[in-house]
Write a protein that binds this ligand. Structure first.
Ligand SMILES: Nc1ncnc2c1ncn2[C@@H]1O[C@H](COP(=O)(O)OP(=O)(O)O)[C@@H](O)[C@H]1O
Ligand SMILES: [Mg+2]
Length: 284
């Protein structure tokens, strides 16, 4: 396993491996202690990291670069580079969901203020402006009208270039909650409702959203499996909303997902299932 922060998730995964120490050896590497010779480092990396690497870095850029290096050296990384790049970018994720006919909010993309405002006009207000890369609800803004949209866009134009890509989405009418489901391999193993308690319209638990267990129905499992299929086999956090008009919609597929609230509320042994998945995959 490679990591940068030791969160509850990383501790739980290490503990789950320890419980199975007769068949599993898990070595944990802090990515901040690593360096690589990109020209000659493959052999050493294969020896150091073993047959399969679980990627747990929270930093997006560190995550994709480390995954790219290890995969480039011939190692099997979970999730792999293509999965990390596609799910790490909301625009690429939306394209894959649309191609797979998975219900998702109506979304547009633009690169300038003029085109972004025209797109928002087509979507209608209120609407949501998101960065294509990011998490924890950061810089995800709801705009009620064109004046609010202009202010957000002008602010973004003062920020680094990655924020000049405008991912624009209809604001879905839904209850003050959304769903986080965890997919390991080909199964949705557990889910929670995330309920906004702070008055914030965003439901991220990182913003104070409260978690409640949600038993995984056949409908939820089906949509989550369809939503993760385009990205290959791996471990995912799927975010869904219950639209008043359209039913269940998938709005995000998360790579290197946090799952501490799902673990606490569902009681499902997600770390154990992750170890099972890695063992099964390394034997293939
Ligand atoms: N189109 C939308 N309509 C209504 N609420 C939304 C919409 N998109 C996002 N949200 C709310 O904002 C939160 C953060 O959005 P999300 O796309 O999951 O970005 P992040 O990667 O920051 O978690 C969601 O969990 C949800 O509560
Ligand atoms: Mg999210």
């Amino acid at each position: 396993m490679v990591y940068d922060l030791v969160r509850l998730e990383e501790k739980a995964i290490i503990e789950a491996a320890r419980k199975r120490s007769s068949e599993v050896e898990l070595k944990a590497f802090d990515s901040k202690d690593l360096r690589f010779d990109l020209i000659t480092g493959a052999g050493e990396a294969r020896e150091k990291f073993g047959s399969i690497v679980l990627q747990r870095c929270a930093s997006y850029f560190r995550n994709v670069h480390l995954t790219g290096v290890l995969e480039g050296f011939g190692l099997d990384v979970v999730n792999n580079l293509s999965t990390a790049l596609l799910t790490g970018n909301k625009a690429f994720t939306t394209l894959e969901l649309a191609k797979a006919h998975v219900p998702t909010p109506r979304t547009m993309l633009a690169f300038t203020q003029e085109e972004a405002l025209a797109a928002l006009d087509e979507l209608g207000y209120p609407a949501i402006i998101k960065p294509t890369i990011g998490s924890w609800g950061r810089l995800v803004a709801s705009v009620s009208d064109v004046d609010a949209a202009k202010s957000v866009i002008e602010d973004r134009e003062e920020m680094p270039a990655m924020y000049h890509v405008f991912y624009l989405q209809e604001r879905v009418r839904r209850p003050p909650q959304d769903i986080r489901a965890v997919v390991v391999g080909d199964r949705t193993v557990a889910a929670i409702y995330r309920i906004s308690t702070t008055g914030d319209w965003r439901t991220n638990t990182a913003r104070g959203g409260k978690a409640e267990n949600l038993p995984v129905s056949k409908e939820l499992d089906d949509i989550c499996i369809r939503a993760t299929k385009p990205f290959g086999s791996g471990i995912f956090g799927v975010d869904l909303m219950e639209s008043e008009r359209d039913g269940l919609l998938v709005h995000e597929v998360n790579n290197t997902t946090e799952f501490k609230n799902v673990l606490a509320r569902s009681g499902v042994d997600i770390p154990g299932l992750i170890i099972d998945y890695l063992v099964g995959r390394s034997k293939k």
